[in-house]
Design a protein around this ligand. Structure first.
Ligand code: FNR
Length: 381
């Protein structure tokens, strides 16, 4: 039996169990992957202060994100094609998050649809929206998210154009996947994955299928999607979406203090300091590197969240210490899902919770709400 002690163990197991083209899709960044690597390595440069002989009884990690209670301030990030890491992946991840008491965010580009998730969960999940040229489509997605009683709309702003990922091009990752002989042989060597896929009907983009008559199969779906990202996106659109949605709005993909100020003006409830997990602008600063300036610029006016490079509870506490009210994890839960389905996502959350709890104790604190810059060693952040 494989013993899982940390997120890296889940990553290795997922690499063994998920076909290469889908594993690589999750585990890569754009171009040279320098931002992808910096997202994690910049966490390691930040040092924590160890304290001793303080009362560590009755510790708590509970808090809130955009006013919603969370068992710990860690949400599952929106990730496209999650249902290709494991059959029905979005449903399994949403269920694990619900049982754990943390938010699950469904991507526009998911395999399972908004209605699939609503049918398999009871707690409100969050829905991530990309701004598409087809405003009728946006209107319908917003209405569907409202009907599913989603707790927040996460509007992603950093994908008007698409960063190039070399591995996806080499692996022929497209919709439909290019079924070359090496790809087929590789899939055949992952029997669990194949059996799961044979047992589900969910293999297309669940939120798009049936929307437009120009989309009849996976090829036309792919063509329609790729020309839908709106190059003319502006803050006026953000304001329009906020009004149209009417609920909690989280703006994702903010890396610049000037944009953070505009996000505040747009009336959003929170922003996410994020470079899309190093999948968009290669050469951008790491998210944890960008966080302090954004907190300083707008932290008093809006909830600041962050994602990118979190691989442990130690990373979570560092982000909180630098002013994040909550964080998101992307790849860590995808590794869990690819490795062991719902159980793997639960394992991922368990690992992070235990690391976060013990690290908070080592820093001499009992309540996550008390975490601030004082737990960090000056000169290391
Ligand atoms: C993403 N991300 C993403 N973001 C988004 O707003 N909509 C999406 O559909 C996707 N799709 C997606 C797919 C995959 C495979 C990954 C890895 C990431 C970005 C994601 O929400 C988040 O910003 C990063 O994953 C955070 O970095 P870590 O935790 O993966 O290092």
């Amino acid at each position: 039996m494989t013993i899982i002690t940390c997120i890296e163990d889940l990553r290795r197991l997922a690499q063994r169990r998920v076909p290469r083209m889908f594993y690589d899709y999750a585990d890569s960044g754009s171009w040279t992957e320098s931002t992808y690597r910096a997202n994690h390595s910049d966490f390691q440069a930040i040092k924590l202060r160890q304290r001793v002989a303080v009362n560590l009884e009755n510790r708590t990690l509970a808090g809130s994100m955009v006013g919603q209670p969370v068992a710990m301030p860690v949400a599952l990030a929106p990730t496209g094609l999650t249902g290709m890491q494991h059959a029905d992946g979005e449903i399994l991840a949403a269920r694990a998050a619900e049982k754990f008491g943390v938010p699950f965010t469904l991507s526009t580009m998911s395999i399972c649809s908004i209605e699939d998730i609503a049918a398999h969960t009871t707690a409100p999940f969050w829905f991530q929206l990309y701004v598409m040229k087809d405003r009728d489509y946006i209107n319908r997605l917003i209405d569907r998210a409202k009907a599913a009683r989603c707790g927040a709309l996460v509007l992603t702003l950093d994908l008007q154009v698409l960063g190039q990922r070399h591995k996806d091009l080499r692996n022929g990752l497209s919709a439909p996947p290019r079924l070359t002989i090496p790809n087929l042989l590789n899939m055949a060597s992952k029997p669990r994955w194949c059996l799961g896929m044979l047992g589900t009907r969910r293999r297309g983009f669940g939120n798009i299928v049936g929307h437009t008559s120009s989309v009849t199969d996976m090829s036309s779906l792919s063509a329609w999607t790729s020309q839908q990202f709106d190059l003319s996106l502006s803050w006026k659109d953000v304001e329009w979406i906020k009004q149209r949605w009417g609920g909690k709005l989280i703006l994702k993909g903010i890396m610049d203090a000037e944009d953070a100020r505009l996000a505040v003006e747009s009336g959003a409830d929170a922003l996410v300091v994020s470079n899309h997990g190093g999948r968009q602008l290669d050469g951008a600063q790491s998210s944890i590197g960008a966080l302090p300036a954004i907190v300083e610029a707008v932290g008093k006016h809006i909830e600041v969240h962050m994602d990118g490079g979190i691989r442990s509870g130690q990373d979570v506490i560092k982000a909180l210490a630098l002013g994040a009210k909550g964080v998101y994890i992307g790849r860590p839960f995808l590794y869990g899902l690819g490795a062991m389905g719902e159980q793997g996502v639960t394992k991922c959350l368990d690992i992070i919770r235990n690391e976060l709890d013990l690290t908070m104790a080592f820093c001499g604190l009992r309540d996550i709400a008390d975490v601030d810059q004082k737990i960090l060693l000056p000169g290391t952040y």
